[in-house]
Ligand binder design. Structure first.
Ligand SMILES: *Cc1c(COP(=O)(O)O)cnc(C)c1O
Length: 432
């Protein structure tokens, strides 16, 4: 009935998540607040892990892309579930290491890692640093030499695949700031360069073709293109690369009309291509890494707001304003992202109104959704925006000096705080 499986309605007609009444959560923790269902997160992690186990005999690693939602508790859950993580900054790395996340299972991304970030990665023993460019390769080799270490690396490759998604979140084509181009020979050149370096070990190659992708074909095509590069590397240098990282990007349901396939389907289809194509090219099936982010946490999270002013502009539109906005969810302002919204305390009533849900930031573009169906609401009602688990908390800002929201984790009808609500004092704490 709703876009996410962990959402339901109870006998009071209130929306529930993970067995908790959202109106009660709003009262207990205040609004605005992010709520996550722990079981949904664990189920998603397990489904990817299971398919690696089944399709590749366990010869692979699921790395949760922590930029989707990064906090200590999320890293603890990943650690318990036996998956790796992908980080893209010193801050994400720090967060993971602060809960003793095993560094060997950390993958470090980024198109412009700083010297300090590379050094932190080398010192902490990050298993795979995904090298983006030659400048980074040379810098890293020097840092590893200085520390008397050999850094495990993979190269980020642009396989040049159009995954038919929103332009802003498409990263696999040639015009991208990420990675080495295939067709210009840049990728092969980097492989040769790395082969001559003493303090880096090239473990394999990586690609990430985009985000919120529903089709399986682009993933299959990417796997083929990458394996062909493995073959070229072998033919031209004699080096048989061991690992193939196929990135993330699996789509989730934001609206009823979205139809993502079960993740097992993607995994089975791609695994078939990987195994068949490796055999055809005379390569052994590589160790496979995948980096799902949105598909792990997206549908596991919601945001609760309280309705304030309702402003009806005759013949134009009705603005329903809430106590948060682009500071906790910038995705509509950035990408016109779709969301399903429900009045949490009137979830049994029909959604009869067409409204624009606006935030409280001083910015006309601060909207959560335009022309969305909603129950008839008034000041004091609680709104739930569904599927906000990915790229909301992690993309939040202090615009207008609005404190960041707390994160509440629910599980089987119980709830607990995993990130506290920021205070005004904390917002101003770095001011001199
Ligand atoms: C963002 C990103 C991911 C995760 O993408 P999702 O769409 O959230 O699954 C994985 N790998 C890399 C390199 C990324 O940049």
């Amino acid at each position: 009935m709703y876009v996410s499986d962990c959402i339901s309605v109870n006998e009071k007609g209130h929306l529930t998540i993970g067995g908790c009444d959202t109106a009660s959560l709003a009262e207990q923790y205040g609004t605005p607040a992010y709520i996550f269902d722990e079981n949904e997160i664990r189920t998603n992690l397990r489904s990817f892990k299971k398919s690696i186990d089944e399709n590749y005999g366990g010869n692979g690693l699921v790395c949760y892309a922590s930029k989707a939602f990064c906090c200590k508790e999320m890293h603890r859950i990943c650690k318990q579930e036996g998956v790796g993580i992908d980080v893209v900054s010193g801050g994400e790395l720090y967060t993971a290491l602060s809960v003793d996340f095993p560094a060997e299972n950390i993958v470090f991304h980024g198109n412009n890692k700083t010297y300090a970030e590379l050094e932190a990665a080398v010192e902490s023993g990050v298993g795979r640093i995904i090298v983006d460019n030659v400048y980074e390769l040379e810098t890293l080799n020097k840092i590893a030499e200085k520390h008397g270490k050999v850094a495990g690396i993979m190269f980020r490759i642009k396989p040049g695949i159009d995954a038919h998604t929103h332009e802003f979140i498409m990263t696999g084509q040639i015009d991208s700031k990420f990675g080495f181009a295939l067709e210009t020979g840049e990728a092969m050149e980097a492989v040769r360069l790395a082969a001559g370096m003493k303090n880096v070990k090239l473990r394999g190659l990586h690609c990430h073709i985009g985000s919120q992708i529903f089709d399986i074909d682009p993933f299959e095509l990417a796997a083929k293109v990458m394996l062909e590069l493995f073959k070229t590397v072998k033919d031209e240098t004699g080096l048989e690369l061991e690992e193939l990282n196929l990135g993330g990007g699996f789509g989730i349901k934001y609206l009823e009309s979205d139809c993502p396939r079960p993740y097992g389907d993607y995994m089975n289809s791609v695994a078939k291509v990987v195994k068949e194509h490796s055999a055809k090219l005379g390569l052994k099936t590589p160790f496979i890494l995948i980096e799902p982010g949105r598909s792990i946490v997206g549908a596991a999270g919601i945001t609760l707001y309280t309705v304030g002013a309702v402003k009806e502009i005759p013949n134009i539109r009705t603005y329903v304003s809430v106590d948060g906005g682009m500071s906790d969810n910038p995705r509509y302002a950035l990408y016109q992202s779709d969301y399903e919204i429900v009045c949490a305390n009137k979830a049994n009533e029909n959604r009869t109104e067409i409204v624009t849900v606006a935030g409280k930031c001083c910015e006309s573009g601060d909207l959560i959704q335009e022309n969305t169906k909603l129950q008839a609401v008034e000041a004091g009602d609680i709104l739930a925006v569904l599927s906000t688990g990915a790229y909301n908390y992690s993309m939040a800002s202090n615009y207008n000096r609005i404190p960041r929201l707390p994160v509440v984790m629910v599980k089987d009808g119980e709830s607990r705080i995993v990130v506290k609500r920021e205070t005004y004092e904390q917002v101003a704490s770095c001011d001199v």
